[in-house]
Ligand binder design. Structure first.
Ligand SMILES: *[C@@H]1O[C@H](CO)[C@@H](O)[C@H](O)[C@H]1NC(C)=O
Ligand SMILES: *[C@@H]1O[C@H](CO)[C@@H](O)[C@H](O)[C@H]1NC(C)=O
Ligand SMILES: *[C@@H]1O[C@H](CO)[C@@H](O)[C@H](O)[C@H]1NC(C)=O
Length: 182
């Protein structure tokens, strides 16, 4: 009953809010001090369930975002806990910030475009990844939080934001075990 009431409440909140989310930042303008450090991958939204399947192999994932000294680069490291074995798997990526556009590009993936969205309270960061050519095409919005837990409000807000971007399928990481250390 209470849960139903919450649902109605959130529905009204987001109906009122419409699609007014304006926190896109270019990578060049991202406050590196504020947004560096540890993040937990909480959820991902995409246009279809198919493009979410591979994420279900992950139980949880902890990320570390760090600027590379004296360069226009960002290093992203991850320890992912795999759903089947519960083992940790390490991965890392290097992002370049374009001098002209100030946008992010991922090393080794020339067709991938990454846009950053933040909330002023510094509690979450979102990457909108778009790839419209190459072997795989997709649009997906990834949500990372400073804390591994996501409030019901945070979840509803993410769903609504994703819907505003026409990304209606959502996968929330199960996190049945604590995230791996990073
Ligand atoms: C960047 O973030 C740090 C830490 O939150 C803050 O002290 C600093 O004022 C911010 N810089 C700018 C330019 O907003
Ligand atoms: C971008 O600018 C930086 C510093 O101004 C410079 O070191 C770097 O070579 C430039 N990169 C490109 C691809 O032009
Ligand atoms: C979402 O889809 C609608 C209808 O197809 C379209 O008008 C709108 O521009 C799309 N929005 C985005 C962010 O792609």
């Amino acid at each position: 009953m209470l849960q139903e009431l919450w649902k109605i409440f959130f529905y009204l909140v987001f109906l009122f809010r419409q699609c007014k989310y304006g926190e896109k930042v270019t990578a060049g303008n991202l406050n590196r001090t504020q947004y560096s450090g540890k993040w937990f991958f909480l959820a991902v939204a995409a246009e279809s369930k198919d493009s979410l399947v591979k994420f279900s192999a992950m139980d949880s994932a902890a990320f570390l975002l760090a600027p590379v000294k004296d360069t226009q680069m960002l290093q992203l490291k991850a320890e992912m806990r795999l759903s089947q074995s519960m083992q940790c798997m390490f991965r890392h990526w290097t992002y370049h910030i374009s001098n002209e556009t100030q946008e992010l590009t991922l090393e080794g993936q020339p067709y991938l475009k990454t846009e950053i969205f933040v909330k002023k309270d510094n509690e979450c960061i979102m990457f909108l990844e778009t790839q419209d050519k190459g072997s795989e095409t997709f649009r997906r919005l990834m949500l990372y939080g400073r804390s591994p837990t996501m409030s019901e409000y945070g979840r509803q807000e993410f769903e609504h934001r994703a819907e505003c971007m026409n990304l209606s399928d959502i996968f929330v990481l199960k996190q049945s075990r604590a995230p791996c250390e990073i």
